[in-house]
Design a binder for this molecule. Structure first.
Ligand code: MN3
Length: 202
Protein backbone atom coordinates (compact mmCIF):
# COMPACT_ATOMS: atom_id res chain seq x y z
CA UNK A 1 0.00 0.00 0.00
CA UNK A 2 1.29 3.37 -0.95
CA UNK A 3 0.51 6.40 1.18
CA UNK A 4 0.21 10.06 0.31
CA UNK A 5 3.28 11.84 1.74
CA UNK A 6 2.70 15.09 3.59
CA UNK A 7 4.02 18.24 1.97
CA UNK A 8 7.47 19.00 3.48
CA UNK A 9 6.27 22.57 4.22
CA UNK A 10 3.02 24.44 4.84
CA UNK A 11 0.48 24.80 2.03
CA UNK A 12 1.19 28.51 1.73
CA UNK A 13 5.00 28.16 1.97
CA UNK A 14 5.57 28.52 -1.78
CA UNK A 15 3.40 31.63 -2.15
CA UNK A 16 3.29 33.96 -3.94
CA UNK A 17 4.88 31.76 -6.61
CA UNK A 18 2.49 28.85 -6.08
CA UNK A 19 -0.66 29.59 -4.14
CA UNK A 20 -2.04 27.69 -1.20
CA UNK A 21 -5.18 26.89 -3.25
CA UNK A 22 -3.10 25.17 -5.91
CA UNK A 23 -1.14 23.20 -3.33
CA UNK A 24 -4.35 21.96 -1.70
CA UNK A 25 -5.88 20.94 -5.02
CA UNK A 26 -2.67 19.48 -6.41
CA UNK A 27 -1.57 17.55 -3.33
CA UNK A 28 -4.84 16.69 -1.57
CA UNK A 29 -6.84 15.83 -4.68
CA UNK A 30 -4.61 14.98 -7.63
CA UNK A 31 -1.77 13.24 -5.82
CA UNK A 32 -4.22 11.42 -3.55
CA UNK A 33 -6.05 10.09 -6.62
CA UNK A 34 -2.80 8.64 -8.00
CA UNK A 35 -2.12 6.91 -4.68
CA UNK A 36 -5.66 5.57 -4.27
CA UNK A 37 -5.85 4.35 -7.87
CA UNK A 38 -2.53 2.50 -7.82
CA UNK A 39 -3.44 0.85 -4.51
CA UNK A 40 -6.79 -0.26 -5.91
CA UNK A 41 -5.19 -1.69 -9.06
CA UNK A 42 -2.65 -3.69 -7.04
CA UNK A 43 -5.33 -5.32 -4.85
CA UNK A 44 -5.72 -8.00 -7.50
CA UNK A 45 -2.00 -8.79 -7.56
CA UNK A 46 -0.63 -9.34 -4.03
CA UNK A 47 2.78 -10.30 -5.44
CA UNK A 48 3.18 -6.76 -6.75
CA UNK A 49 2.04 -5.02 -3.58
CA UNK A 50 5.40 -5.15 -1.80
CA UNK A 51 7.31 -3.52 -4.63
CA UNK A 52 8.57 0.02 -4.21
CA UNK A 53 7.19 2.65 -6.53
CA UNK A 54 10.64 2.80 -8.20
CA UNK A 55 10.50 -0.95 -8.85
CA UNK A 56 7.03 -0.62 -10.37
CA UNK A 57 7.86 2.21 -12.78
CA UNK A 58 11.11 0.56 -13.88
CA UNK A 59 9.49 -2.80 -14.63
CA UNK A 60 6.35 -1.76 -16.48
CA UNK A 61 6.90 -4.43 -19.14
CA UNK A 62 6.57 -7.13 -16.46
CA UNK A 63 3.51 -5.67 -14.74
CA UNK A 64 0.31 -7.68 -15.52
CA UNK A 65 -1.10 -6.29 -18.74
CA UNK A 66 -4.56 -5.45 -17.39
CA UNK A 67 -3.10 -3.00 -14.84
CA UNK A 68 -0.04 -1.86 -16.79
CA UNK A 69 -1.54 1.42 -17.99
CA UNK A 70 -2.86 2.23 -14.50
CA UNK A 71 0.57 1.55 -13.01
CA UNK A 72 2.20 3.65 -15.72
CA UNK A 73 -0.14 6.62 -15.25
CA UNK A 74 -0.99 6.53 -11.54
CA UNK A 75 2.20 4.85 -10.30
CA UNK A 76 4.13 7.36 -12.38
CA UNK A 77 1.96 10.12 -10.96
CA UNK A 78 2.70 9.03 -7.39
CA UNK A 79 6.43 8.76 -8.07
CA UNK A 80 6.66 12.09 -9.92
CA UNK A 81 4.64 14.06 -7.38
CA UNK A 82 6.44 12.58 -4.36
CA UNK A 83 9.62 14.04 -5.88
CA UNK A 84 8.00 17.25 -7.05
CA UNK A 85 7.13 18.41 -3.51
CA UNK A 86 10.70 17.99 -2.28
CA UNK A 87 12.16 19.59 -5.43
CA UNK A 88 10.60 22.85 -4.30
CA UNK A 89 11.17 24.92 -1.16
CA UNK A 90 10.32 28.39 0.10
CA UNK A 91 12.34 31.05 -1.72
CA UNK A 92 15.85 31.44 -0.37
CA UNK A 93 17.78 32.89 -3.32
CA UNK A 94 19.88 29.78 -3.70
CA UNK A 95 21.81 28.83 -6.84
CA UNK A 96 23.39 25.53 -7.90
CA UNK A 97 26.88 24.98 -6.48
CA UNK A 98 29.59 22.33 -6.26
CA UNK A 99 29.30 19.23 -8.43
CA UNK A 100 25.84 20.19 -9.64
CA UNK A 101 27.11 23.54 -10.91
CA UNK A 102 30.09 21.80 -12.57
CA UNK A 103 27.81 19.36 -14.38
CA UNK A 104 25.42 22.09 -15.51
CA UNK A 105 28.36 24.09 -16.86
CA UNK A 106 29.73 21.04 -18.63
CA UNK A 107 26.42 20.27 -20.38
CA UNK A 108 25.00 23.76 -20.94
CA UNK A 109 27.89 26.22 -20.64
CA UNK A 110 26.50 27.99 -17.59
CA UNK A 111 23.54 27.92 -15.21
CA UNK A 112 21.75 30.78 -16.97
CA UNK A 113 21.84 28.93 -20.30
CA UNK A 114 20.62 25.76 -18.57
CA UNK A 115 17.62 27.65 -17.19
CA UNK A 116 16.86 29.18 -20.59
CA UNK A 117 17.03 25.83 -22.38
CA UNK A 118 15.00 24.06 -19.67
CA UNK A 119 12.34 26.81 -19.96
CA UNK A 120 12.25 26.63 -23.76
CA UNK A 121 11.88 22.86 -23.63
CA UNK A 122 9.13 23.15 -20.99
CA UNK A 123 7.20 25.59 -23.18
CA UNK A 124 7.25 23.04 -26.01
CA UNK A 125 5.70 20.23 -23.98
CA UNK A 126 2.35 19.74 -25.70
CA UNK A 127 -0.63 19.12 -23.45
CA UNK A 128 0.11 17.43 -20.12
CA UNK A 129 3.59 16.34 -19.19
CA UNK A 130 6.81 17.09 -17.36
CA UNK A 131 10.10 18.82 -18.06
CA UNK A 132 13.14 17.25 -16.43
CA UNK A 133 16.80 17.66 -15.71
CA UNK A 134 18.11 14.09 -15.64
CA UNK A 135 21.36 12.30 -15.00
CA UNK A 136 22.09 10.27 -18.14
CA UNK A 137 25.20 8.20 -17.56
CA UNK A 138 27.63 10.69 -16.08
CA UNK A 139 26.14 13.84 -17.61
CA UNK A 140 23.12 16.00 -16.88
CA UNK A 141 20.65 16.51 -19.72
CA UNK A 142 17.17 17.82 -20.51
CA UNK A 143 14.28 15.47 -21.06
CA UNK A 144 10.53 15.85 -21.31
CA UNK A 145 7.91 13.19 -20.80
CA UNK A 146 4.20 13.03 -21.70
CA UNK A 147 1.46 12.41 -19.12
CA UNK A 148 2.93 10.89 -15.93
CA UNK A 149 5.78 9.02 -17.59
CA UNK A 150 9.00 9.23 -15.59
CA UNK A 151 12.61 9.32 -16.86
CA UNK A 152 13.34 6.37 -14.56
CA UNK A 153 11.39 4.07 -16.90
CA UNK A 154 13.93 4.80 -19.66
CA UNK A 155 16.93 4.39 -17.35
CA UNK A 156 17.60 8.05 -16.58
CA UNK A 157 17.66 9.53 -13.09
CA UNK A 158 15.36 12.51 -12.55
CA UNK A 159 17.16 15.32 -10.67
CA UNK A 160 14.68 18.16 -11.14
CA UNK A 161 11.18 18.04 -12.57
CA UNK A 162 8.57 20.61 -13.48
CA UNK A 163 4.91 19.58 -13.58
CA UNK A 164 3.36 21.09 -16.72
CA UNK A 165 -0.16 19.76 -16.26
CA UNK A 166 -2.69 22.59 -16.16
CA UNK A 167 -3.74 21.45 -12.67
CA UNK A 168 -0.29 22.61 -11.49
CA UNK A 169 -0.85 26.25 -12.43
CA UNK A 170 -4.22 27.03 -13.96
CA UNK A 171 -5.93 28.30 -10.78
CA UNK A 172 -3.28 31.01 -10.45
CA UNK A 173 -1.73 31.50 -13.89
CA UNK A 174 -4.61 30.45 -16.19
CA UNK A 175 -3.16 29.80 -19.64
CA UNK A 176 0.08 31.66 -18.92
CA UNK A 177 2.48 28.75 -18.71
CA UNK A 178 5.53 31.04 -19.26
CA UNK A 179 4.62 33.04 -16.12
CA UNK A 180 4.27 29.86 -14.06
CA UNK A 181 7.68 28.62 -15.21
CA UNK A 182 9.35 31.97 -14.52
CA UNK A 183 7.84 32.05 -11.01
CA UNK A 184 8.78 28.42 -10.33
CA UNK A 185 12.52 29.09 -10.68
CA UNK A 186 12.27 31.11 -7.44
CA UNK A 187 11.31 28.03 -5.44
CA UNK A 188 13.55 25.34 -6.88
CA UNK A 189 15.16 23.43 -4.02
CA UNK A 190 18.74 23.22 -5.29
CA UNK A 191 19.83 21.34 -2.14
CA UNK A 192 17.43 18.57 -3.09
CA UNK A 193 18.70 18.49 -6.69
CA UNK A 194 22.31 18.28 -5.43
CA UNK A 195 21.33 15.52 -2.99
CA UNK A 196 19.74 13.49 -5.82
CA UNK A 197 22.85 13.97 -7.96
CA UNK A 198 25.13 12.81 -5.10
CA UNK A 199 22.92 9.80 -4.40
CA UNK A 200 22.94 8.64 -8.02
CA UNK A 201 26.54 9.45 -9.00
CA UNK A 202 28.89 6.49 -9.04
MN1 MN3 B 1 0.56 17.32 -11.02
Amino acid sequence: MFTLPDLPYEYDALAPFISSDIQHLHHDKHHRTYVDTINKALEKYPEWQNKTIEELVTSLDQVPEDIRMVVRNHGGGHFNHSMFWTMMAPKKDQTPSGTLQDKLQHSFGDVKTFKEQFTQSALKVFGSGWQWLVLDGNEVALMSTPNQDTPLTSGKTPLLGLDLWEHAYYLQYYSKRPDYIEAWWNIVNWDDVARRLDASSK
